[in-house]
Structure formats: C-alpha cells, structure tokens
Design a protein around this ligand. Structure first.
Ligand SMILES: Cc1ncc(COP(=O)(O)O)c(C=O)c1O
Length: 438
C-alpha cells in the first residue's frame, strides 16, 4: 500500500492535471478580438453590451436585462430599484457571500439575517416570517453553491407580506428550479460574471434581470449616475436620483456572449462530473454529500460535503477532522478547502455596527433601534461552517474541459485517505486536536 502524500507518498492526482476555468476557446478569443476591432470611438451603450443584455434576457426568459460591472452592482440595482432606503429591512441568509448583505447597506438599508436549511444551505423558508417587521421590504434569496432556493415557499411568504424577492444568482447561472432558470426566480435578480463564475466575463461583470418595466427603468438610472439615458436621445446630464457608475465595457460583454453560447453544454458536463463524484464518495465514512432535491438542478459552483466524524462514533473534534481531511486531500491533489469562515452577521462589520462611520446606517433615526447581530441565532449556518469543505469549480476543475477521469482521481483520493489509510488519517486528526489543546 502506498503512503499518504502528506507523509511523502505519491499524490493521486498528477500535477497540472486540473485544467483551468474559464475554459477559453478560439471562438472566445475571436469574439474579443472582433469587439476590440470595433471598439472605438466611445459610444455607450455598445452593441456588444446591448446584445449580451438581449441574449441573457432570452436565456432566462425575462423581459429586461442590464449588464453592469460586477455581481455586487447587479444586486445593488435590485435593492435600489426595490425602493429600499434608510431604515428599511431586507432579509438575507446568514450563510452566503458578503455582497448578498452589503448590497442592502449600499442603499442605507438594514440586513436582517435568517438561518439556512441544512441540506440545500439556502435561506430556510420556515425561519423567514419570524424576522419580518413593519420595516421589512425584501428578501434576498441566494442560490448558494449553484443550487436554487425553495422559491415557491419564499414567494408565498413574500406575497403574504408584500415583499420583493431578490434573487442572488451569482453562483448559479444555468441552474433551474421547477423548469424556470436562475435569473428569473425573483422579482429581480443579480448574477455575477466575475472570472471564477459559471458564466464569466474576462475579469469582472454582472447581470440584472426583471420582468417589471418600472423597476428596470429605475435600475437603469442607478446604473448610470441617476440619469435617464435613452438610446437615440441626447444625454441631458441631469441626475434624478442617487446613481453610480455601474457600466461595463464591450470586451467583457463580447467574451461573456461567447461563453453564454456554450453555457448549457458546459453546465451539463459539470453536472455529469459532480454526480459521478457523488456516486463514488457517497458511502465513504465520516462525510456527508449534498443531495439535490428533485425539483431543481445544481450547477456546482462549489462541490460541498460535510465532515461528520461523530456519525461513526469518533470523538475527534469536527474542526480537527475537517482540517486534517482538507490537508490530506489537498496533498493528494484534490483541492478540498474551507470557503467562508464566519456567518455574515458574525463578520466584524456587523459586530461593530459601523458601515459609513458614526454608526451609520444603524444609528440612522429611521432604523429600528436596538438591532444587534448574534451568530448563535443561526445554528444551522454555524454548523455548516464548522463541518463543510468544498471543491471550487474554478480552482478544482469541476467543469469542462475536465472530465470523469479527474473526478475518478478525486474519488480515489477520498478513498485513499478515508478508507485505505484510515488509521493514519485519524491519528493525524487526533494529533491536531491534541496540539491545539496544549
Ligand atoms: C453569492 C454571491 N453573491 C454576490 C457576489 C458578488 O459578485 P461580484 O464579486 O461579481 O461582485 C458573489 C461573488 O462571489 C457571490 O458569491
């Protein structure tokens, strides 16, 4: 039997085996070169940008799309177009990426956190209503890791209380809930095009979508300095409201358009890869894989699994088991790592309650007094953070051009660590716990 790689043995996954994301083809390069040749003079909005907006609207089946320069900007357009202002509260899952909550602060709104449902890791509809107050305006539903939320339940609650549903689809382009695509699952949606995402720009970008004509008009103002700018009409340089410069550029749009043509095929290949990995590692000891509910698809921006030594009666602390497994798998060439380290309400920004200085926006007279954030109110989010490891789709080669052969090597790595070298692995985890206690 070979030695664990962490102890100097040969690694399972050869170096350089993981091919990088985004998967850039000759067509992508030609699309960018063509846009570069058309590129001057400056004439916003560029044809490439308008075409991307039309194509993403068609792909998602929505009426309006606005391309912007980040996913955070696209979410801020949703929040601002929903009319969120000083003191208005917006419900956000306690486990997500910061931008799902900071987009609320950008409009002086107040994020109020909701615990997650443990299997999907998305906002738990059963915990939403207890957080609604007279000041609640919207719910941010985050399709975390690539898996859509329970939208039927979320919309039913939103309808009862007159709230907007804002979909954060930053990690889930190409996923589908009950036949409807990500980008069309809220009243408004924001998606990121950051280079690591399922659908990406060359660097940064984002896409806002909605069916609502009025909200689309407001979002367009927010995107461009608060001005009303209509194609074919002269610009008047008059700001009607607070606005930002969230415009993107034609090179990003050209690249994204080219990638969008292959998105369904690329996501299908990624799903095949990840389902194959799940089938191979599902029964291994001490871990729990994520099961995909039958009413939706998963596009695996992260391949997530939990570390649960207690399932096998082991008394090793979860964190020591998790970190040792991460180190052993990574040494074998399977990059299974932690992602978020804190729930969002536990991040310093929310503990210090100071966004803009002078305690703003929590000190604002419109804000409900006494709002404080306590991580203990979100036990499922905290348990997830303690237990989970993930393989990232861009750093871990989950998608094409990587295929089942890489997934087999990943599964072999899990087997090598968790089964073939089980005693050594458990000894390393115990040793880590002992060291920490010293
Ligand atoms: C869930 C989620 N929401 C929002 C964002 C923000 O997107 P961007 O980085 O493009 O601003 C991200 C980015 O990683 C994300 O993962």
């Amino acid at each position: 039997m070979t030695q664990l790689a962490i102890k100097g043995g040969p690694r399972v996954v050869p170096e350089e085996k993981i091919l990088p994301w985004p998967w850039i083809t000759d067509e992508d390069k030609q699309a960018v070169m063509a846009a570069l040749e058309h590129g001057s003079p400056w004439r916003y909005p560029f044809e490439e940008i308008t075409a991307l907006e039309q194509e993403w609207a068609a792909f998602t089946g929505t009426k309006h799309c606005l391309a912007v320069n980040s996913g955070t900007a696209s979410l801020h357009l949703c929040v601002a177009a929903a009319g969120v202002g000083p003191g208005d509260e917006v419900l956000v899952p306690a486990f997500t990426f910061l931008a799902s909550a900071s987009c609320v602060l950008h409009s002086n709104g107040i994020p109020i956190f909701v615990d997650i449902e443990p299997n999907t890791c998305t906002i738990d509809p059963a915990r939403i209503e207890e957080r609604i107050t007279d000041q609640t305006k919207a719910i941010v539903a985050v399709d975390i890791h690539g898996l859509p939320c329970d939208y039927d339940e979320i919309h039913a609650i939103a309808d009862r209380h007159g709230l907007y549903v804002i979909e954060d689809g930053a990690q889930a382009h190409g996923s589908v809930y009950k036949g409807r695509p990500v980008g069309a699952l809220g009243h408004m949606a924001g998606c990121s095009l950051n280079g690591s995402k399922n659908l990406s720009a060359l660097g940064e970008g984002g896409l806002f979508t909605t069916d609502d004509d009025h909200r689309a008009e407001l979002a367009a103002r927010v995107r461009m300095f608060g001005e009303v700018v209509r194609p074919g009409e002269p610009r008047r340089y008059n700001a009607y409201m607070m606005g930002w410069n969230y415009r993107t550029d034609p090179l990003q749009a050209a690249f994204t358009r080219s990638q969008l043509r292959r998105l369904p095929e690329m996501m299908a290949a990624k799903q095949r890869n990840c389902e194959h990995l799940t089938a191979r590692i599902r029964e291994l000891p001490g871990i729990l894989v994520q099961e995909v509910p039958p009413d939706r698809t998963h596009t695996y921006f992260f391949y997530v699994f939990r570390c649960q030594p207690y399932k096998d009666g082991l008394d090793i602390p979860v964190w020591a088991y998790r970190d040792t497994l991460s180190e052993c798998l990574t040494a074998e060439g399977c990059p299974a790592r932690r992602w978020q380290h804190y729930t969002i309400p536990e991040q310093s920004l929310f503990q210090f309650l100071d966004g803009y200085g002078k305690g703003c926006p929590w000190s604002c007279p419109y804000t409900r007094p006494g709002i404080r954030y306590d991580g203990a109110e979100y036990p499922e989010a905290k348990r997830l953070l303690e237990e989970f490891l993930c393989i990232g789709h861009s750093t871990g080669g989950l998608g094409p051009p990587n295929g089942l052969d890489l997934m087999d090597l990943y599964a072999d790595s899990f087997e090598k660590v968790l089964v073939e070298h089980r005693d050594e692995f458990l000894a390393l985890a115990r040793e880590k716990a002992v060291q920490a206690a010293r």
